[in-house]
Structures are given as C-alpha cells and as structure tokens.
Design a protein around this ligand. Sequence first.
Ligand SMILES: Nc1ncnc2c1ncn2[C@@H]1O[C@H](COP(=O)(O)OP(=O)(O)OP(=O)(O)O)[C@@H](O)[C@H]1O
Ligand SMILES: [Mg+2]
Length: 270
Amino acid sequence: MSDVLALADVSVVRGNKRLLDGVDWEVEEGERWVVLGPNGAGKTTLLQIAAARIHPSGGVAGVLSEVLGAVDVFELRPRIGLASATIAERIPNGERVGDVVVTAAYGMVGRWRESYDELDHGRAKELLDALGAGHLVDRRFGTLSEGERKRVQIARALMTDPELMLLDEPAAGLDLGGREDLVSRLGEIALDIEAPALVLVTHHVEEIPAGFTDVLLLRDGKVVAAGPLESTLTAENLSATFGLELTLERVGDRWAARAVQPPRGRHAAG
Ligand SMILES: Nc1ncnc2c1ncn2[C@@H]1O[C@H](COP(=O)(O)OP(=O)(O)OP(=O)(O)O)[C@@H](O)[C@H]1O
Ligand SMILES: [Mg+2]
C-alpha cells in the first residue's frame, strides 16, 4: 500500500452504535481533503482512525502504508500531525507558546524543562509566523484567545514535518476576520507542494480553503460521496449529507451554501 490513507469497509462500533459504518476512503500524497458532515456524523471518529489513535472494529485501515493493528502506533503517530480541541486541552496553560510548538518535535505535551536546539526554536518561530502567530511566541498558552490557540496548535502539528496533517474544525470559534485569515493561510499551505497530505474537518463549505482538491461527505457514519471537489461537492450531495435542501455557490475559489427554505423546527423552536 502506498496510499497515505487506505480505508476499506471500516467500521467503528461503541456499545450498539455504529460511529462509522462501511467506510471506504483513499487519500494519496499531495491530496488535500475536506471532510464535511453534520454534528455526530462521525468526522472526529474518522480522524481518530486516520491519526492511529483508535483501531477499527471492522474492516482494514491503512495509514501511511501501515495497517492499523499490525504496526507499532507509537512509531506511526509521530508521522502524523493532528490539531483538535482534545489535543489543545492537554496543553498546560502556563506553557510558553514557543515551547508548545517545539515540544511537538519530541512527541510530548507539556514538557517544558528540557532545553531544545536553536534549530528547533527557529523552525517553531517560522511556523508560528506562517500562521500569523509569530508575535505570540513568548506568551503563555493559557492567555491566548480561541483563534490564537488554533494557530499555535496548527504550528505545533506541523513541527514534526508530518506526512499527513489532520485538522479537526480549525476555524470553529473564530470571528469572521479570524476565519478568513486562517482559511487563507491554510490555502497557502494547501498550495505548497512540499506540504503534507491534508485532511480538514468542518461543518461549513465556507471554510474550505483554496487549493483543496477532494471532499468526503459523511452522514450517520456512512460516506454519502467522496471524490474531487468539482464533481462531488454538489447541492444534491450536500443536501443529502445535511438532510436539508441546500443551494451551493462557488465564488472564485471559495464556496457558500444556504438552505432553500428555513429549516423550521429542526434546530430551533418555531
Ligand atoms: N465512545 C462512544 N460511545 C458511544 N457513542 C459515541 C462514542 N464516541 C462518539 N460517539 C457518538 O458517535 C457519533 C459520532 O461522533 P463524532 O465525534 O465522530 O462526530 P462528529 O462528526 O465529529 O460530530 P461534531 O461535528 O459534533 O464534532 C456521535 O453521535 C457521538 O455521540
Ligand atoms: Mg467532531
């Protein structure tokens, strides 16, 4: 297997619930994937498989040419960058931002008494700069805003020079300016041919950065459709994914969606 990800009939079962159900998915080098789906669709569960954090209950999951269950995950995990809210929670509030990023190279969270190479500190600063967070390098992580934390986390996940980079809702909690800035920086990373294969999870087509190539649409643990953005991200597929009639527009290299009719009674009273 030479794929970055090769999932065949993957299921994840917890109790009597199928979080993922018969998922087939292939990600190749150089591809930039968006995973879209409503709350509870199984997106984070899918990333946990891709990050070698959990094993499938059924099917075969290939990650960076290794098969989960037949590989030492402690050797595999450093080859994968993961930025998610759960990881952020494990970062000690008192840790200096520069160290939050640098310690990633050593595969740990919250080890701050070690001394690291000048080289590593230089690279950490470069990554923070690339994400528009260079000025935060000496701040304590706990003092950062939501948006600033997201940037630091992404820099941290890139620090190990991963072969696969996984981003779980990187723009969640950001204001409009913060979202637009982050989306454009992710677009720059996506267009960099040196960048790793990327998988970005979101609820919103507005958060798909330029340069992303493919989309996987997930609903109730099942793949609704997967493939190149141009042919797969259609109003029809998006409507099926969210269970709601949607219109979809492509404006330049960005997307926008809205309901054909207000989905009354679905999420709010009235
Ligand atoms: N350990 C577990 N036991 C039972 N159900 C679980 C477990 N972990 C997750 N789930 C359920 O599985 C479903 C999928 O969860 P997951 O976190 O993958 O969804 P998601 O698509 O990331 O949702 P969101 O958009 O809200 O982040 C949810 O309904 C969740 O409640
Ligand atoms: Mg999630």
